[in-house]
Design a protein around this ligand. Structure first.
Ligand SMILES: [Zn+2]
Length: 510
């Protein structure tokens, strides 16, 4: 993950904290929350004084998104944040006995038994000195320790052997975790734990069913909104060649080797520019099976392939070129979705922010209320003469597009705006024959479910500039004002006061 420019995430990728929370004492099953969405009747609508804002989900959907509980929208259930962590911790607690039993079995082999009793220090205990005559208790202690170590490694949490009090030697510990039998046993155990939380069926459905359908709708949207025929052909080709790279997101986050359980519990999704592929992480499926969320997320990731940054990534003869890539204002006008960038920057929309480089504008050139961008670390280090020469960096994406920096929210705002163009059409198409049909209430819950399982996550990292706009705004300023969403939700009036749904292009096909 050397260059973040090559990734487009659905959410900020700072999620290790919830994953590593302590094991809860009890796992309480909370009954599904009964929903009481206030019904607004037409007479009431008529009686409402002009200028009085409607209340409830039609005016503030984000508030309902953040409500605790689990909500079935008729296409699937979404849980409030924390569900994935609960699942993970429950599995961890349950797996202890399995892990210990496997190590007890492995300890029957005399060489492994001798090695482990020595390395753990258990061999010093009376009754445990000789591997052949070691008591059941000696082996129980040894297997429990091995189980704890492996669980800690599988779930990427501390609290296992790593943090043992002095007495055990760190060298012993390192030797122990590199023992061949230990590693082989552990590998099997972790594989089995991983399969217990992997939703293979849903990943297959995404690959074979949902993703192709979402993409087809997206291609239709591009067809309508891109004017230049050559460019339209090229970007449709690019979108049509996006690949689904699966639901195992271990390799990109905390688990580079991809052999932990924690790597399957990351509630996120991302598009990778360099491979033109996206992942829909298994962690999402652990806490949200709503078709609204899945369709929105996939459409969002696909949109990153043509967002104001991604559109410059393709073969030289295929990609879109900004004629004056250094001139941001010029580029905002030149972007093929005419008028969309200025609209998304506007205060009546999501107000996608950008941090101007401090060198260009000085300390006053930044947005009030936001911290200054991190200082570029471009000063030579004192001793770098002894280091091999740093390879000169090739052209950067930011040379081609002013939007390829982490200091701009426009690409994320764009991806959300595209996603909400696609989602209502997908739901309508997929559930048109549902009996009974989806109701207004189903739609209200459905759109609130898009961010239900993650709203609140962002709070923990708020001090830093985030390339994603606030989740609350993503809901209330992108999802909620969309005319088709409002219609499906039964929301009148047709607009939310003071907020517009940005048109994808001012130049409509005639
Ligand atoms: Zn994104």
């Amino acid at each position: 993950m050397k260059n973040l420019n090559y990734f487009g995430f659905l959410f900020l990728v700072v999620i290790s904290r919830p994953v590593m929370a302590e094991i809860p004492e009890h796992e309480e099953k909370i009954p599904p929350t009964k929903l009481e969405i206030p019904q607004r009747h037409e007479e009431e609508e008529e009686k409402r004084k002009p200028g009085v804002k409607p209340s409830g989900v039609c005016n503030d959907l984000a508030r309902f998104s953040a409500a605790p509980g689990e909500y079935d929208d008729g296409t699937g259930i979404a849980y409030s944040p924390g569900k994935v962590n609960e699942t993970l911790q429950a599995l961890k607690a349950k797996e202890f006995a399995t892990y210990q039993a496997a190590y007890l079995k492995a300890l029957k082999a005399p060489p492994f038994r001798k090695r482990i009793l020595d390395l753990t220090g258990i061999a010093s205990h009376p009754g445990c000195e000789k591997p052949d005559t070691a008591s059941v208790q000696c082996l129980k202690n040894a297997s429990a320790e091995l189980a704890k170590i492996s669980l800690g490694r599988a779930f990427l949490s501390t609290g296992s052997g790593r943090n043992r009090e002095p007495g055990g030697d760190i060298t012993d510990f390192d030797l122990l975790i590199h023992d061949d039998t230990f590693l082989k046993t552990e590998k099997k155990l972790i594989e089995s734990s991983r399969s217990k939380i992997t939703n293979k069926a849903m990943s297959k459905k995404i690959e074979e069913d949902i993703f192709p359908k979402v993409r087809k709708i997206l291609v239709g949207v591009l067809e309508k909104n891109i004017q230049d025929p050559e460019l339209k052909k090229n970007i449709m080709e690019k979108v049509n060649s996006i690949r689904y790279a699966g639901s195992d997101c271990s390799d990109f986050f905390a688990d580079p080797k991809g052999n932990s359980v924690a790597g399957l519990a990351i509630p996120n999704a991302f598009y990778q520019r360099i491979t033109n592929s996206f992942k829909f992480c298994n962690g999402f499926l652990l806490q949200n099976q709503s078709a609204f969320q899945i369709a929105f997320t996939i459409a969002h990731e696909l949109a990153h392939s043509i967002d104001p940054c991604g559109i410059v990534v393709d073969a030289e003869n295929k990609r879109f070129d900004y004629v004056k890539p250094k001139d941001r204002e010029f580029c905002e006008q030149a972007y093929p979705f005419k008028g969309l960038i200025p609209c998304l920057r506007g205060s009546d929309s999501i107000q996608a922010k950008t941090l101007e480089p401090a060198s260009d504008l000085g300390p006053l050139g930044r947005i009030p209320g936001l911290p200054p961008p991190e200082k570029q670390n471009d000063k030579p280090k004192p001793d770098d003469s002894i280091l091999p020469p740093v390879r000169k960096q090739g052209p950067q994406l930011s040379d081609r597009s002013p939007f390829c920096t982490k200091d701009d929210q426009i690409s994320e705002a764009f991806a959300d705006r595209i996603a909400i163009e696609v989602t209502p059409a997908f739901i309508k198409q997929e559930y048109k024959d549902r009996k009974p049909p989806l109701t207004k209430e189903n739609y209200q819950i459905g759109y609130s479910n898009v961010f239900r399982d993650v709203i609140g996550y962002k709070d923990a990292v708020d001090e830093k500039f985030d390339e994603h706009p606030d989740t609350k705004d993503r809901i209330n300023k992108i999802i909620l004002p969309h005319p088709e969403v409002r219609e499906q939700m039964g929301c009148l009036p047709e607009t939310v006061d003071g907020t517009v749904s940005c048109p994808l292009s001012k130049e409509k096909k005639t």
